[in-house]
Design a protein around this ligand. Sequence first.
Ligand SMILES: Cc1cc2nc3c(=O)[nH]c(=O)nc-3n(C[C@H](O)[C@H](O)[C@H](O)COP(=O)(O)O)c2cc1C
Length: 379
Amino acid sequence: MKFSRYIIRFLYKNVIKKFLFIIPPDKAHSILVSFARIYQSLPILPLITKFILTHRNNNRLKQNICGINFSNPVGLSAGFDKNIELIPTMSMVGFGYMTGGSITITPRAGNPRPWFYRLPKSKSIVVHAGLANDGANIILQNIKRQYKKEANRKIPLFISIAVVARSQDSTEADIIKDVCEAMSLVSGSGLAKAVEINISCPNIDDNQPFTYPDKLDNLLSQLDKINADMPIFIKMPNLVDFVRFGLILEIISKHKINGVTISNLVKDRSNINLKDKLPESVKGGLSGKPCRDRSLDLIKFTYEKYGDRLLIIGVGGIFNAEDAYLKIRAGSSLVALITGLMFEGPQLVGDINHGLDKLLKRDGFSSLTEAIGIDVKKK
Ligand SMILES: Cc1cc2nc3c(=O)[nH]c(=O)nc-3n(C[C@H](O)[C@H](O)[C@H](O)COP(=O)(O)O)c2cc1C
């Protein structure tokens, strides 16, 4: 199937992407989501597409983490499928798991449009969506509808819950109450395999209050009380300040949290070298290439200090198998992406898995687990 993926890559880069990249990014995203919704409901075609796109010879890539079986380590990161309507598509593309959301307990309209700004030469997207979503109740119904087909239950689903104020006069206690309500709803529904708590959305004008130790401690103490019988991950900010990052990890390690997702979009643009012009007036966090190296350093830092306590999901600027492999060797048990998919096309996940298999074999590993954190000494 490597050759078929080669053809798809060629078609995506020379035809589909050329078309998508001449229309405004918000429109392109809506078109993609609408197209995927129609395509995944067609008979037979999705099955054939899955056969073409997926890397199947994947024994080396299989893992069981927190009791969840992953056919491969590459997942969809939070933010692409905000209302969790595209489970069959993500399975068709060959993801080993997917993260839906971020969701909130009540619907959110998000920021005024435009939400996205493309930086093609820098392989990045500036995101300013403001956590738009249809709210937990509608989204859980979306999942239920898709789960009527048994095949759609096969891909492990993580749900990202955003920590965000419902209105301008919401207090810290109100925000925590909303998150706990969403958490109870998700965990009681039995529809998700794991939850990711997004404390680090950079495109809300709130200065990410729950990335500060005291507030985070309050939030996690309340979440502990829910006793959700599912793994919980925390979506970490992409920080330059390792001391502050370490303080956040220290708090997390004291609570009923299984792991951390490293990391969210780049908020601080001061040390980022871009190949495109980015006007000051364009608000939002940067995805893709500008996230890659700092996220890798933060993963190494976390694995070195907390590798025995916290699982790591490595995210940020994964465009090929080497990018994913470096994140695994730095300590990630799983990886996830969005921007790579938009820039490289739907065959990317199969290509990464194929490449990972080869890289692991080259380095003498019989399973992916053996390679996790191999580049880092644990303290
Ligand atoms: C279009 C878009 C929307 C996003 N929305 C969210 C979100 O709702 N919640 C979240 O935790 N992260 C969100 N992110 C951040 C991604 O999950 C990821 O952390 C970041 O983009 C780095 O990965 P990438 O370089 O593979 O895109 C979003 C990213 C993009 C590109």
